[in-house]
Design a protein around this ligand. Structure first.
Ligand code: NDP
Length: 302
């Protein structure tokens, strides 16, 4: 198949592109910057890949079997009012563009599948509730971003199979939350972050890439699918395992202010959490490779 991917140059996208290429699929990287994308996907390592800026996205999408939509400004940063606006607008802008291009495609060249990222932030935060795909949206800022992001994807032509993947905190070596958390964690000898009681709904990078891949190829993957591992943990437990893998004692709590100093308001993603279960992925029989955070961390860090 031929797959167009927005956000292909990011943490998840890079791994997805590699996975698609390994299985001999054609990939179209839809980016804002060809020069940046070429550094990530050099010709010698990624033969045959097509890299396109707008307005060439149109031709790429029209020649594709499927589209994966991952683009958006990273939320792991200090949040100023301008950044908050761009966190939301970047997602809505790119999703809107992709949906319009799909909808405007003549039927014979229209992609038949759209896999669009969203996040577990959709549910809001809670130390006590358990969320699955049927749970209502929360009321905070990230819930609002996810709601509008998903609503934009839902505008896609009804003949296109749409899978909205509500992604949890993705754990992997070269990016994402873990890369930001480890230095702070190491500085404070490695105890829990904040109170430690908040839930941490995580997924290993390999599993989220496999879930997206499955959604591209399996017609049963439709609607909302939580992209989280089957065993979310409280942050204190996650930090204990992290301490063990990194060989750090985990008795001294990392104070909230240290995280906030690095992440600003974006620290709320780690300091307030949600317990999200992958009910739909389980129903679909998705074969998670990493079910326990201890195994995921060991595989990533040791
Ligand atoms: P990254 O931040 O690593 O990459 C996102 C990509 O989006 C970038 O490579 C870039 O591609 C594009 N992008 C960045 N800023 C903007 C902008 N202002 N306007 C338009 N495009 C922009 O993201 P991840 O790979 O970590 O995540 C992929 C998606 O999954 C994101 O939408 C994220 O919100 C969501 N998600 C990720 C989680 C995680 O733990 N990683 C958790 C929950 C959801 P380019 O420069 O090539 O255009």
């Amino acid at each position: 198949m031929t797959v167009s991917v927005t956000g292909a140059t990011g943490f998840i996208g890079r791994r997805l592109v590699r996975r698609l290429q390994a299985d001999n699929h054609q990939v179209h990287v839809l980016t804002r910057s060809i020069s940046k994308a070429k550094l990530i996907f050099p010709d010698n390592g990624f033969p045959g890949i097509v890299i396109a800026e707008e307005p060439e996205w149109k031709d790429c999408i029209q020649g594709s079997t499927a589209v994966v939509n991952l683009a958006g400004l990273s939320i792991s940063t200090r949040w100023s009012p301008e950044i908050k606006k761009e966190i939301k607008q970047s997602r809505i802008r790119v999703t809107s563009k992709v949906v319009d291009l799909i909808n405007e495609s003549p039927e014979e060249v229209r992609p038949s599948v759209l896999v669009s990222a969203t996040a577990v932030g959709y549910y809001g935060t809670s130390e006590t509730k358990v969320f699955d795909e049927d749970s209502p949206a929360g009321n905070d800022y990230l819930a609002e971003v996810c709601r509008e992001w998903e609503a934009t994807a839902l505008r896609v032509n009804k003949d296109v199979r749409l899978a909205r993947i509500r992604i949890g905190v993705v754990l992997g070596k070269d990016g994402g939350a873990l890369a930001k958390m480890i230095p702070i964690f190491m500085m404070f000898a490695g105890g829990p972050l904040g109170s430690g009681q908040q839930w941490f709904s995580w997924i290993h990078l390999e599993d989220i890439v496999n879930l997206i891949y499955e959604a591209l190829t399996n017609p049963s993957y439709q609607g909302v699918i939580n992209g989280t591992a089957p065993n979310p943990v409280r942050l204190a437990e996650m930090c204990e395992h992290l301490g063990n893998v990194l060989g750090r004692p985990s008795w001294l709590p990392v104070p909230d202010f240290a995280l906030k100093a690095v992440l600003g308001e974006g620290a709320s993603v780690v300091l307030e959490g949600q317990r999200v279960m992958p009910a739909r992925a389980k129903e679909l029989g998705f074969p998670f490779k990493y079910r326990y955070v201890k195994d995921a961390l060991k595989a990533i860090l040791s």
